[in-house]
Design a protein around this ligand. Structure first.
Ligand code: GLY
Ligand code: MN
Ligand code: MN
Length: 462
């Protein structure tokens, strides 16, 4: 954890932005997997982590904005919880280590909330994204079951997004710690992805590195020779010579900061001519996009630059044709690149999206498009110094999509369906890095992970 003053200063800033009332934070509870005592791995809510530090289940907290009091609600450990889970800090110690004014037993939370409500003060809370949190909120605030999101505080949500979006230097350090582990995960996967191996063997090894690194995976690992399935979470295939594997994974640091890296690996150790042709064009799109990032530039503009770069690359090899700008304006490139260029990243791998994807990625000047492909762009608004985001263009040969578009004769002016036949089965290529928007440009975070054709092939050969 950071020192206590970090959390109290963050809360003081938040209280100042919200202005008045009481801010309620509900930490996460344990979540049963298949019977009451077998839980999913515990993950604390990220705003709770940001403002109150502790990654312990069943905590809650209040900021009384009007009186400037910060209260943590926690129960002292019982003898039974110590027997099963070992020594744990008292409620007072938990409060003290994050600079709270005092601790109260959890049972006091409904009482204090009732007092706030009775005195006519607004209780601000975030929209819940888990059913157990939703239920608890409804109970505590006497809301109709299922309606808590409707009563969530816009002012609080905006203030949290504004604050958490701009990363502190200490947070960048944590993200780079996560990236140091991701480096090992990705290099190990390049060295191990050999003909005869099963995807699950590599995915398991990669997850082991994340755990050995002191955290866990930031999201379920994607390691698949069916790289054209964008988020493929199955690992059943045997790798064969000539396969291309999309490996999208990231470690979380011990303080739960994410990393999110994709590399594409030739199982034979070297890319075939076709694979290399696609790989180099995706890489060009990624490098150009990163170069274009600076404060004030809307990320949608960077996404469209990636789309144009990829489109012109696909025209060079005869898969697309016509005018690049027109093709992208009409969305023809989305056959190959149907997803967004990137997303915010921090405590959450898709940072802050629990508060609402559009509230994080869009604003009054940047609205989400409804065009196929562009509609999946999660971040469109202008970038600001301190933002951390991913840059992850890809090019995929998705059979169902190619068949559907061809049958409809969609974008025939721009897509050479005839030539495309020879590329079916290639799978997909995605290349993803995590970057920081600086005062005047951009910095790729972490130690460089092999990325050029030569670097990847050399890492595979090592
Ligand atoms: N790892 C999922 C993503 O790249 O967004
Ligand atoms: Mn990813
Ligand atoms: Mn990503």
């Amino acid at each position: 954890m950071f020192e206590a003053s970090v959390y109290s200063e963050r809360r003081t800033r938040l209280a100042h932005s919200v202005g008045k009332g009481t801010i309620l934070f509900l930490g996460s509870g344990e979540l049963p997997m298949n019977y009451p005592d077998n839980w999913y791995p515990f993950r604390q809510d990220s705003s709770f982590l940001y403002y109150w530090g502790h990654s312990t289940a069943n905590l809650a907290a209040l900021i009384d904005v009007d009186e400037g009091r910060h209260i943590l609600f926690a129960d002292d450990p019982t003898i039974s919880s110590i027997i099963w889970s070992g020594p744990q800090p008292t409620a007072a110690a938990l409060a003290n280590s994050v600079g709270a004014d005092h601790a109260q037993p959890y049972s006091k939370l409904p009482v204090m909330l009732a007092q706030c409500v009775a005195s006519g003060r607004r209780v601000h809370f975030e929209p819940p994204y888990r059913q157990d949190t939703e239920r608890k909120l409804a109970e505590l605030l006497h809301l109709r079951p299922g309606s808590a999101s409707l009563h969530a505080s816009r002012d609080l949500v905006r203030a949290i997004i504004a604050q958490r979006s701009v990363k502190e230097a200490r947070e960048i350090q944590e993200i780079e710690r996560a990236l140091a582990v991701s480096y090992d995960m990705h290099v190990a996967a390049m060295q191990r992805a050999r003909p005869g191996q099963y995807e699950r063997e590599i995915a398991g090894y990669v997850e082991g590195i994340a755990i050995a690194g002191g955290g866990r995976l930031a999201f379920p690992c994607i390691f698949s020779k069916r790289g054209n399935v964008l988020h493929n979470h199955t690992y059943a295939n045997r790798l064969e010579a000539g396969d291309l594997v999309v490996h999208d994974s990231g470690a979380a640091s011990s303080m739960h900061y994410a990393s999110d890296i994709t590399r594409t690996i030739p199982v034979s150790g070297t890319f075939s001519t076709q694979q290399r042709a696609i790989y180099e064009r995706v890489l060009r799109a990624q490098l150009r996009s990163i170069e274009a990032i600076k404060p004030g530039t809307p990320f949608k503009q960077v996404h469209l630059l990636a789309a144009r770069t990829l489109t012109s690359g696909l025209m060079e090899i005869g898969l697309m044709r016509g005018d690049v700008d027109e093709a992208v304006a009409e969305g023809a490139h989305a056959l190959f690149f149907p997803h967004g260029l990137g997303h915010m990243m921090g405590l959450d791998v898709h940072d802050l999206e629990g508060l609402g994807e559009d509230l994080v990625g869009y604003d009054e000047t940047a609205k989400r498009s409804s065009q196929f492909g562009l509609a999946y762009l999660r971040l469109g608004k202008a970038l600001a110094p301190g933002y951390v985001l991913t840059v992850e263009p890809g090019c995929y040969f998705i059979e169902a999509l190619m068949d559907e578009w061809q049958a409809e004769g969609r974008h025939q002016a721009f897509i050479n369906y005839q030539a495309l036949r020879a590329w079916r089965g290639l799978g997909g290529v995605r290349i993803e890095d995590d970057v920081l928007v600086t005062g005047h440009g951009v910095r790729i975070l972490g130690k460089p992970i092999p990325k050029t054709v030569q670097e990847v092939e050399a890492a595979c050969a090592a």
